[in-house]
Design a binder for this molecule. Structure first.
Ligand SMILES: *Cc1c(COP(=O)(O)O)cnc(C)c1O
Length: 362
């Protein structure tokens, strides 16, 4: 593919830190100096007290669930339209993911649907800030009451809800640093919280259940979900470039908006909506059209790696037991939404070529 869906932006800063970590000899997830620096930088960026770096954004969710005590017999409400990790980690914990439909105006999990799905077994709610847009946290928290919220902010670095950064809303919030995410170290992730007890528990679970400072004393059943120091070095450089990297993607989104504005007014092509209370931070530029598959085929034939959005989770047979009623909004968006290539490194020329190709197909 000439234009990939997403490519990382790596500079001398990443290279310098990576080589410093390499030369230090501390390459694992224990003892390396870049791990606490990455954690402190991310916590400060998002405005949280505690951050624990982990090996990817999927285990970050598993860690949050385990720390909150989610297990067999419990239900966790997750959106019907998201990347699969939230549902998969709930199921892997032995609990049942329960799907809530999304709101057509925001594509975010609809708090009114969440309200309908809460039962005495509901142990947590996973709110996903999908495609660079925050959930409506006032409505969601009011709905949740005492039920803890895990915020999955993997796709929304830099987005804000009422002036506050995503990643600061969940009882536990998670990020991914996979290579197509806005801030990346190849494979990586983090959990953030303001709750010191949860922070301590998560740090212990992610490190073999071992009591801090007491080798081979394991106080809970743990995992090895640590981030290694080489990845943390790249991650620190990326967090230090946060504004540059998130603004660059937002600039690409604005270039798409400008290049497509007549089509957005005169054809069935629509842009992913942004709520008036939200500040979007583009991850992947996302559109919707009833003939999505035909458009993608034409883009792919021209070496442009456009992609259909995820299959709604309610349509995956393995999650049939997670459906409660119908999911008209998740299915409508799932049938028509698609991503255009989006990277901090993309040029205006790339955007113009992609939009001209899309225009041909339309
Ligand atoms: C990418 C992503 C994840 C998973 O992150 P990995 O680091 O790839 O494991 C989890 N949730 C959402 C919403 C994502 O987009």
């Amino acid at each position: 593919m000439t234009i990939p869906l997403s490519a990382p932006s790596l500079t001398d800063r990443e290279r310098t830190y990576l080589l410093e970590a390499y030369d230090s000899g501390w390459i694992s997830g224990m003892g390396g100096a870049f791990i606490p620096r990455f954690e402190a930088a991310l916590a400060q960026q998002v405005g949280r007290k505690h951050c624990i770096a982990v090996s990817n954004g999927t285990v970050a969710l598993a860690l949050a669930l385990q720390a909150l005590g989610v297990g067999r017999g419990d239900e966790v409400i997750v959106p019907a339209l998201t990347f699969v990790s939230p549902a998969a980690m709930v199921a892997a914990a032995g609990a049942t993911p329960v799907f809530a439909d999304i709101h057509p105006d925001t594509w975010m999990m609809d708090a009114a649907q969440v309200d309908r799905l809460i039962t005495p077994r509901t142990k947590a709610i996973i709110a996903v800030d999908i495609i660079g847009h925050p959930c409506n946290y006032d409505f969601l928290k009011w709905t949740a009451g005492d039920i803890p919220i895990i915020e999955d902010a993997a796709e929304a670095h830099g987005a804000q809800y009422e002036g506050r950064h995503v990643g600061s809303f969940g009882d536990v919030s998670t990020f991914s640093a996979f290579s197509n995410k806005s801030i990346t170290c190849g494979e990586g992730g983090a959990v953030l919280t303001d709750n010191p007890d949860l922070a301590r528990r998560m740090r212990i679970i992610a490190n073999h259940g071992q009591t801090p400072g007491v080798p081979y004393m394991h106080e809970v059943i743990g995992q090895n979900w640590r981030l290694n120091n080489l990845s943390a070095a790249i991650g620190l450089a990326q967090v230090e470039r946060w504004d540059e990297l998130t603004c660059a993607r937002q600039r690409v989104a604005q270039q798409y908006d400008a290049a497509l504005c007549d089509l957005l007014l005169t054809t069935e092509l629509t842009r992913r909506p942004v709520a008036p209370w939200a500040k979007e931070s583009c991850w992947l530029y996302c559109l919707h059209h009833p003939e999505r598959d035909r458009l993608i085929a034409h883009l792919k034939a021209n070496d442009i790696d456009a992609r259909a959005i995820w299959t709604p989770l309610c349509d995956l047979p393995i999650y049939a037991g997670s459906c409660r009623g119908e999911y008209p909004n998740a299915r409508h968006i799932g049938a028509g939404a698609f991503f255009l290539p989006t990277s901090a490194t993309m040029t205006q020329g790339n955007v113009e070529f992609i939009c001209a190709t899309l225009r041909q197909a339309l």
